[in-house]
Write a protein that binds this ligand. Sequence first.
Ligand code: ADP
Ligand code: MG
Length: 426
Amino acid sequence: MLEPDRFWLDRNRGSDLLFDAFLKANRYPLRIKSGGMVRSKTLQADTQTPLWPIAQGLILGNDTAMLASSLVLGIETTCDETAAAVIERRSDGTGRILSNVVHSQTEEHAAFGGVVPEIAARAHVDLLDGIVGRAIKESGIGFAQLAAVAAAAGPGLIGGVIVGLTTAKAIAMVHDTPLIAVNHLEAHALTPRLTDALEFPYCLFLASGGHTQTVAVVGVGNYVRLGTTVDDAMGEAFDKVAKMLGLPYPGGPEVERTASGGDPNRFAFPRPMLGRADANFSLSGLKTAVRNEASRLMPLQPQDISDLCASFQAAVLESMADRLSVGLRLFQERFGPPHALVAAGGVAANQAIRGALQDVAAKAQTRLIIPPPALCTDNGAMIAWAGAERLALGLIDTMDAPPRARWLLDENAIAPAGFANTRAGF
Ligand code: ADP
Ligand code: MG
């Protein structure tokens, strides 16, 4: 047992002292001296205690940890973006992007009409070194100044996840810096705290090529899934509709552009899940309806394609607005009024969808926040930011952190009845 009040950690002395102390003592009061301020707190070895931030001169308050300011490198390789960024998180919880380098592999996958996992993984291997180098160079800092290295450890295409996480581990080992294994969805969820200093709790609507979810963001590491797609993701549905109509890849923006010259009322496509009590989404039935209508009309004239796109988009909008309104109602019942409705993911780039989201937010008497496009789609800054948020709470990972193809943001989420074996089950 260490003598109370005799154990001081100087901000420049290493973490070894602290680890030794943890090995020797089960419970002791620890005083931390940093920048002339002294606070004390009783630490218990059996709780998840913020070791590294303390070692780096952290001042512990009552429940929250405050780091003077931390610089974090973030790496994103879960899908078809190879990205790295450096951000700063200040002690007041606000943030700043020092660099944000993104290479989108759209060209590598265009010929195949979709993301090819092996091509993506190989591209990440080829590109990541250079992209991390550029992110560090453009940030104007050196590796030695990093408080942590964060990588998206899933969910995503496993080859790419392994490339990013392994690179982060190597950097962490070489520079003796903590590693943070970030959930890619958590990074999307926390982005508005970087862009808009948004307070918890708020409601996230994430719609990308791989995910469509409504999530209550209650705190860092505290997420409650309110609704999810039971089959296709919204971006995936746009991409598949584009493909069946012969539009180029990536399909989402093409469908939006083509829809602008079309009649949204020509085809009465189904509005999936409309009026259901739960807040889940479904898109595959709608996609099939578009396919059936397109085969019936073959050969398609340009006006048919425009009308199919416009009618498809109208159905997506109506279904989304209904599903999201239910999600916001569930949010309100459990957590009170949200500080905002936040939209993220590539689909949030769609102007018609933005308009519908604005209406949904207004009806729920909350405001809509959509981070700028570069921070809505996959990027390294959001991974670095999520890493910094976790670091501030002492949530760091070991070198054993596994790459994960599947990783629920809300580990308590249960699949809706009848959908356990669908995407909603994951
Ligand atoms: P992913 O995790 O799939 O890489 P991103 O956040 O990069 O997700 O978003 C890509 C997805 O967003 C694609 O499915 C794309 O079709 C869709 N998307 C992009 N722009 C639009 C748009 N204007 N309308 C609809 N969908 C879009
Ligand atoms: Mg992408």
